[in-house]
Design a protein around this ligand. Structure first.
Ligand SMILES: [Cu+2]
Length: 124
């Protein structure tokens, strides 16, 4: 009996913890990671009034600004309501904060070092 019940109880506890962790991350501050040549995800949702924590997971430097890549062309552009991000420097294995994002909307950030390294920030 014990040999059957213990794994069952353990998996129920693990499921519960996972559900709780997911719920907490929705209301907490938004975090995005940087890989060696891109954002770890193409878009992220940020709660209005919150900042975005950006974590460079590798030794690769990144330089983040308002705008986006269109093919091989970097197009600097700051949307109305977007916080100013002008050449925010990551030196590798470091963390910076962008924001706060005071206005709901869709904003674009890019890395001027890596072609095609775009992030869409959805503030709601
Ligand atoms: Cu980069």
């Amino acid at each position: 009996m014990k040999k059957i019940f213990f794994p069952l109880i353990l998996s129920i506890v693990m499921l519960f913890s996972a559900a709780c962790a997911t719920g907490a991350s929705n209301s907490g501050p938004a975090t995005i990671h940087l890989t060696d040549q891109n954002f770890a995800q193409a878009s992220i949702t940020v709660n209005k009034g919150s900042s975005l924590t950006v974590i460079d997971d590798t030794a690769t430097p990144h330089t983040i600004s308002n705008g986006s890549w269109s093919g091989a062309d970097a197009k600097p552009a700051q949307e109305k309501g977007a916080p100013t991000v002008s050449g925010l420097q990551f030196n590798g294995h470091d963390t910076q904060s962008i924001g706060p994002f005071a206005t709901a909307g869709t904003y674009h950030l890019y890395c001027s070092i890596h072609q095609g390294m775009n992030l869409t920030v959805i503030v709601q």
